[in-house]
Design a protein around this ligand. Sequence first.
Ligand SMILES: O=CN(O)CCNC(=O)c1cccc(Cl)c1Cl
Ligand code: NI
Length: 183
Amino acid sequence: MILMNDIIREGHPTLRERSAEVTFPLSEQDKQLASELLEYVIHSQDDAIAEKYGLRAGIGLAAPQVNQPKRMFALHIEQENDKDLSFVAINPRIVSHSVEQTYLSTGEGCLSVDREVEGFVPRYARITIKAFDAEGNEFKKRLKGLPAIAFQHELDHLNGIMFYDHIDAKEPYKDIPGASPFE
Ligand SMILES: O=CN(O)CCNC(=O)c1cccc(Cl)c1Cl
Ligand code: NI
């Protein structure tokens, strides 16, 4: 299982690389990686397991964060209407997006960043994505709210982008035109 000391931190060059497309059928290693990424985010949100293994909570985890520069990440977001969002996205891409932007009013955090970086991170408010599952089946989703924000945070990791790259250093809380905050 993935533990905190498997997660690389800012300064490690892999975090600034563009990850490579995954080829199908997945190798056994890539299948294992995909399931371990999802397992990490699920475990990290279980207080008992997180405490037992010293896991810092996350709603997503990208392969480059465990020094595997491959285009895959996992998301696990429990939603009120218990329509949990829980999946691995392989070779993910945004196929369309709203003009409207949003941002998390609390800002974003990252397991690869051992410090608070304050400020609004502008994200597309709504996105249509396509990706493959571990069996090679392509799927399409329309996301908004936290799922949309998290998907963009993870996709950035596959392109060597960190969340704070989007924060206006001079005015971290600068109003983002036409954006409604996601509270
Ligand atoms: O790349 C994934 N991580 O670094 C996991 C830790 N960060 C989070 O769970 C997190 C926290 C706040 C906002 C967003 Cl969008 C995300 Cl993703
Ligand atoms: Ni991150």
